[in-house]
Design a protein around this ligand. Structure first.
Ligand code: PLP
Length: 339
């Protein structure tokens, strides 16, 4: 059954059978959902996960916000990859922290730069997306992850591991989470149902130590009191009724097809562009020749300077016309002659 049909069935069943959906939820989140997430994470992270270490959030964007509030104050230093997820950049700006940026390349984070920066500035935490990164699609190899953790453990830095879509793996590579590799030590793990079911749900979760969960809980109360009980119950019923692994398989097939289409159509339209080797997730980069300068200024609120050299294609959408327009408007790239 396609996912849309499952969602409809699940919604019907929920409104027909559960009169509790009209109430508020508790700030920590629906117990049954936390238990089901803990079961899911037991397998995924190969670790014993307790539901009391899970806080339900209104999506990973809120998770990043709550954690940044709990772990840092205005004027503190934190660290992140460069480039990084624009939603996280917006949070760091809002809180007023100073961000140490550490470059990533095709192999992952630059470890020399990381050591140099954290040894001199001792950030309150580092925010990373090691698997199918947003916006580059890059994934760190397991050796890179282990070397990263050696440095992190040496300096005792807290890591926020944002993992919205490592399930969408198009290879046989087994990307281990930092959480698993470090047996949870120093790692706060973020997950979301936005990419596995659909983004309109806005339900995510944070896996962290009790002491952090207790503090997050206070900020959750201040921020939005609770995540919609209706939606939490929907997600819980969905997880109990259906095998999410089947949905993931369908999404992977569709996204790989979209990626092929995007590559084919854009290569026919433009000279000198190339594509990243997408190993999973939602994002493939369309690399623009360095000689071509953008024709419009960057929105520095969202993207750093490296975003000049590429365009992020979201393979969950086959929005080829939009991509062609972006390349035309931003770079005035030469079109291939059609003769
Ligand atoms: C790396 C990353 N973190 C967080 C989010 C936001 O997730 P949510 O929809 O759960 O708020 C996204 C969404 O694209 C993302 O790519």
């Amino acid at each position: 059954m396609i996912q849309e049909e499952k969602i409809k069935q699940c919604l019907r069943e929920l409104v027909d059978t559960d009169s509790d959906i009209y109430n508020y939820a508790t700030p920590k989140g629906l117990k049954e959902l936390r238990v089901n997430i803990a079961k899911y994470l037991d397998k995924k992270l190969n670790s014993k996960v307790n539901e009391n270490n899970i806080l339900i959030t209104s999506g990973s964007q809120q998770s990043i916000y709550l954690l940044s509030r709990v772990l840092s104050n205005q004027g503190d230093t934190i660290a992140s990859e460069e480039p990084t997820f624009f939603g996280a950049i917006a949070v760091f700006k809002e809180i007023g922290v100073e961000v140490l940026t550490v470059e990533i390349n095709d192999d992952g984070i630059n470890l020399n730069e990381l050591r140099e920066k954290i040894s001199s500035s001792h950030p309150k935490f580092i925010y990373v997306v090691p698997t199918f990164h947003n916006p580059t699609g890059i994934s760190w190899d397991n050796t890179q992850r282990k070397d990263f953790l050696k440095i992190i453990n040496e300096y005792g830095v807290t890591v926020i591991e944002d993992d919205p879509c490592s399930e969408l793996n198009y290879t046989d590579d087994d990307f281990k989470t930092l959480y698993e590799l470090n047996e949870g030590k120093n790692i706060i793990y973020l997950g979301t149902f936005s990419k596995l079911i659909c983004p309109s749900l806005s339900v995510g979760y944070i896996l962290a130590d009790n002491a952090i969960i207790e503090r997050l809980y206070e900020y959750k109360l201040l921020n939005d009191m609770n995540t919609s009980l209706f939606i939490q119950k929907f997600v819980n019923l969905y997880l109990e009724k259906y095998n999410i692994v089947e949905d993931i398989a369908m999404k992977k097939a569709q996204y790989q097809k979209n990626a092929r289409l995007i590559k084919e159509k854009l290569s026919n339209e433009f000279d000198n562009i190339s594509f990243s080797n997408m190993r999973g997730g939602l994002f493939m980069t369309v690399n623009i020749p360095k000689s071509v300068q953008p024709t419009s200024p960057y929105d520095t609120n969202h993207y750093d300077a490296r975003m000049q050299d590429f365009i992020r294609a979201d393979v969950s959408k086959a929005n080829i016309d939009e991509l062609v327009d972006t390349i035309n408007i931003k770079y005035k790239l030469k079109k291939r002659s059609t003769s």
